[in-house]
Structure formats: C-alpha cells, structure tokens
Design a protein around this ligand. Structure first.
Ligand code: SAM
Length: 244
C-alpha cells in the first residue's frame, strides 16, 4: 500500500540521519565551525537573544534536536539561576558528548533526554520555550514535530526554530551553491571520513520548505503571531510563533 511505502521511506530517512550523527558526534562541533566558517555561533546568539529568558523568574526550556548541547549552554548563560534546560535528541551519541561537556556552573540545571521530536516523551504544557536549531530539517514528519512542540509548551510559550533557508541574493546564491556542493562534502570527507552523508545533508537543505511555506506549517499547527527572519542573506532563518 501507499502507506506501507511511505513508512519505509520515512524510516529510511531517519535511519540515514541517525547514522550520520552517530559517526560525527565527537567531531560535530568542530565540523560546525569549519563548515559554517564560525557563522553558526552568530546565528545561535541571535536565536537566544530573541528568546530573552528572564533573569529572575523561572524559565523552563526545551531544546529539541539539541545534539551536543550548544544551544542549551547558550540559553543557560543568557538566563538566570532559575533557568533550566532539557536537551532532547534522538541520538544518544550526540547527547553523550553534550553531557560530558556540561560546565560546572550549569550543574543541576540541565538534563538530557533521548527521544523523537515527532512524539516527545514529555508532559503537556510544561515549557516556557521550545527551540530547535538545525534539527527540524532532519525530522521526517514536520507537522507531527510542530504539533508536539505546541503540546508541551505552556500557554504563552514561545516556539523558535533556526534552520537553513533559501539564499535570495543573486551573487551569494551561486557562491553558496558552489560551497554546498563542492566544499561541504570535501570537509565531510576530510574531517569525518564521510562525504556521502554530507552530500545528503546538503540535499536535505534544498528540500526543506521555503520560509513562507514553513511559516504556513507553523500556523497550521496552531501557533500565533508567526514570523520569519532571514539571516546572512537567507542562508538561515529564524521562525517564531506563540502558543496562546
Ligand atoms: N541543535 C544542535 C546544533 O545546532 O548544534 C544540533 C543540530 S544537528 C545538525 C541535528 C540533530 O538533530 C542531531 O543531533 C540529530 O540526532 C537530531 N535529530 C535528527 N532527527 C531527530 C528526531 N526525529 N528527533 C529528535 N532529534 C533528531
């Protein structure tokens, strides 16, 4: 049946994504720096600055597809002593690297949960904010992930997503294409010994919905005041929505 076929395809997609991140977990942060020429730091800083976790009040935060904890550590640095973050990822290798790297000052305010963004093993209406950075593109069923984001947020909670987007500047788009298809797989081959996986990740960026279409999906999931903001000429974008 069509359904059976679709299930196999979705399973293959997730299986492939899992294999990539198992193999690169140890070198993941280095790869990020190399491949984005350090830009991912500025993009994540922008994400956290939009969040503005309260210094005084409790802030319960969920970072999905949180990998090695990079976004979570930034949220903890930006927040106050009553900010606590749950890092969720489908991949235990990535989480293990993150757990080993937790700075002493965050002890007791961060936990790591293995789980799927499509069916979060977390209770309803628990979090003040939900972030997902360079993660939703890897999730086979985006609509399920968005519905789950809304479910676990408290009323008044914020959804923020940082993801690759479409470059809309005429010259930058050509440079970016050349970089994606030639440079990224080569760095992947040199540093992670795996050009094929990185080729796959570049393709997954091409297949991801446009900013407008993705904003529409976020609205369909029931979020309000949905906005999208391109950064660095559209290489990435931050989508925001509120659960009201
Ligand atoms: N957020 C981190 C960052 O920005 O550095 C890590 C991003 S990394 C490119 C993508 C992460 O998504 C990987 O750690 C991968 O295991 C995770 N992932 C892929 N599919 C997932 C799913 N269905 N549910 C949860 N996490 C998933």
């Amino acid at each position: 049946t069509d359904f059976g076929y679709e299930r196999v395809a979705l399973g293959q997609k997730q299986g492939r994504v899992d294999a990539v991140f198992h193999s690169v977990a140890r070198r993941y942060d280095l790869m990020n720096d190399l491949m984005s020429a350090g830009l991912h730091r500025a993009w994540k800083a922008q994400l956290v600055s939009m969040l503005r976790p309260s210094k005084g009040r409790p802030h319960r935060h969920l970072d999905v597809a949180g990998g090695t904890g990079d976004v979570a550590f930034r949220v903890l640095d930006a927040g106050g002593p009553r900010t606590a973050v749950t890092v969720l990822d489908i991949n235990e290798s990535m989480l293990r690297v993150g757990a080993e790297r937790v700075p002493e000052r965050f002890a007791g305010r961060i936990d790591f949960v293995t789980g799927n963004a499509e069916s979060l093993p977390l209770p309803d209406a628990t979090f003040d904010a939900y972030t997902i950075a360079f993660g939703i593109r890897n999730v086979p069923r985006i609509d399920l992930a968005l519905a789950e984001a809304r479910r676990v947020l408290k009323p008044g909670g914020r959804f923020l997503c940082l993801e690759f987007s479409q470059v809309d500047l005429p010259v930058l788009d050509r440079i970016y294409d050349a970089y994606s298809f030639h440079v990224i797989p080569r760095i992947g081959a040199r540093v992670a010994g795996d050009a094929e996986s990185y080729r796959y990740l570049v393709e997954s960026i091409r297949k991801f919905p446009t900013r407008g279409a993705f904003a529409g999906l976020i609205e369909q999931a029931g979020f309000r005041h949905v906005t999208d903001r391109p950064l660095s000429g559209g290489i990435v974008a931050i989508h925001s929505g509120w659960k009201v």
